[in-house]
Ligand binder design. Structure first.
Ligand SMILES: *Cc1c(COP(=O)(O)O)cnc(C)c1O
Length: 496
């Protein structure tokens, strides 16, 4: 059955998957959601015999129903190839007796954003062809650090596209910044803003809904699309690895078919955990979805109280990709618990925009029982890195450590002993300063690349190619702007 996509904020006519991928965000400011969640058409044991690429096809075909088999298989083949440093694409690392880290960082930029952003450019250019789009597609992206680089790597020199990335100048790690500002490709632009991630995301969202700007762009042969996690072309590929994790455990005999597991996800914009939720709704036996927050614990408070309140200080933590107070993808969940009532959802989102806060009803709160919200302080996250290293000689990054710590808390507080899959969202190399300081505080003042070499010794994992590349690369992008100067930068770059 065909899956169509509609906005979370109005009852406008449903559109196809390829149209939703092209648009990114709905014109009314809402997010596109599938009109129904498809069920698997093969058993889990059948799926457990497939390669990552074959499984990706089986899952994605259920959502992207207007893509032909050839189109979708072509996109998958070009995305999940030797850019990844392991054939498994998303391997599992077992620690303790019943916990697995699902390593989502084996792609080009060593963060989980590669899982979706290595395929999005192909989905997007295929969508453009299918819909006879003649304009050049301008990818406009706000990043808390990892999306930016993964999108740049995915779109660099892809014909028919340009990409402009905005990042918080003082809100990303040294490695993250270097990865972005050294990006090659004639169609790439990277700009630091004097503000935080929410400022960058708000600026980008405003440009997307600026119809006057869209008209001037169209006259010059341009149109915007989004590589942010609000694009369903990112959400759908992320469902795949949760299915892959489950069927891999099944294939190796670590679980039995139908056995429920829990999943714990370090969360920022709520995209990754939402993909796990969609996998559950499709029939994957996941019991609890454990949403792990850092000290920017707006989601933790929301799950506890039913009130979403962004009016609070923005804290810069050592897990910067989760330093977010407006979790955009949560809107898709809110829409669901509003019984798919776009007007109801729009009202809450309006309240969030105007006053920074909204509250859900008791009944709506009950509909969130699949989720468990937890948070970890900086200290708890460092302790988790140190303990896991001591016990298992396994080094995790700071974001993954938030989830590791929250997973421990979940088990201690609930007594739930189900097997746990923790999404491991970045290589520790990407955050080597914080990781090495957690392992030994004496490392705090060492130089970045000295720490990287130290990390290689400690972890026994070779320095990834992504890090070698930035050691000597030339800085190509130096522009910094005020947070209200973003539109002017876009106009300058595109010659509007
Ligand atoms: C983006 C990111 C997250 C947060 O993922 P969301 O989908 O935004 O919730 C967590 N960890 C890392 C390393 C990331 O890059």
């Amino acid at each position: 059955m065909e899956v169509m996509y509609k906005s979370t904020r109005s009852d406008s006519a449903p559109i196809t998957a390829s149209q939703a991928i092209l648009k990114g965000l709905a014109p009314d400011g809402g997010l596109f959601v599938p009109d129904h969640i498809p069920a698997f058409d093969k058993s889990l044991s059948e799926l457990s015999k497939l390669s990552y690429q074959e499984l990706a096809y089986e899952v994605m075909k259920l959502y992207l129903t207007d893509f032909t088999k050839e189109e979708l298989e072509g996109c998958i083949a070009r995305a999940y190839d030797e850019k990844f440093d392991t054939k498994k694409i998303a391997p599992l690392k077992k620690t303790g007796k019943d916990t697995w880290y699902l390593e989502l960082f084996h792609g080009k930029t060593i963060a989980f954003k590669d899982m979706a952003l290595s395929i999005l450019p192909h989905l997007l250019t295929t969508s453009a062809k299918k819909n006879q789009v003649k304009n050049e597609i301008v990818i406009l992206t706000a990043t808390s650090g990892d999306t930016g680089k993964a999108a740049l790597a995915g779109f660099a020199d892809v014909p028919g596209t340009r990409i402009i990335v905005f990042y918080p100048k003082d809100g990303v790690s040294k490695v993250q910044e270097l990865q972005m500002v050294t990006q090659k490709g004639d169609n790439t632009d990277v700009i630091g803003i004097k503000g935080n991630f929410d400022d960058a995301q708000t600026g980008v969202k405003m440009m997307f809904s600026d119809t006057e700007l869209a008209e001037r762009m169209n006259a010059k042969g341009y149109q915007f699309s989004s590589a942010n996690s609000i694009n369903i072309g990112r959400l759908v590929p992320q469902i795949v690895y949760y299915v892959y994790a489950y069927v891999s455990l099944l294939a190796e005999g670590s679980i039995t078919e139908g056995e429920s597991i829990n999943v714990c996800v370090p969360t920022g914009n709520f995209g990754n955990i939402l993909a796990a939720y969609y996998a559950k709704l499709m029939g994957l036996p996941i019991d609890k979805l454990i949403c792990a927050s850092n000290e920017n614990k707006v989601l933790f408070d929301f799950f506890a109280s039913g009130t979403y309140d962004r009016n609070r200080d923005f804290i810069l933590t050592s897990s910067p990709s989760m330093d977010i107070l407006i979790s955009s993808n949560l809107e898709r969940l809110i829409y669901r618990i509003c019984d798919h009532d776009a007007a109801k959802n729009a009202k809450l989102m309006q309240a969030l925009t105007s006053g920074g806060v909204y509250e859900i009803t008791e009944d709506q709160k009950k509909a969130l029982s699949d989720f468990w919200g937890g948070m970890a302080t900086e200290e708890e996250c460092f302790t988790k890195i140190r303990d896991l290293y001591k016990e298992e000689k396994y080094v995790i990054d700071t974001h993954t450590a938030v989830a590791g710590a929250v997973s421990d808390k979940y088990r201690a507080e609930t007594g739930d002993e189900k097997k746990m899959v923790i999404a491991s969202t970045a290589s520790p190399y990407k955050f080597s300063r914080s990781v090495m300081s957690a392992i030994d505080p004496a490392n705090k003042d060492k130089e970045e690349f000295a720490l990287i070499d130290e990390l290689e010794k400690v972890s026994g994992v070779a320095v990834p190619q992504a890090i070698e590349e930035i050691r000597k690369a030339e800085v190509r992008h130096k522009t910094v702007c005020e947070k209200d100067g973003m539109k002017a930068e876009v106009e300058r770059i595109l010659g509007l």
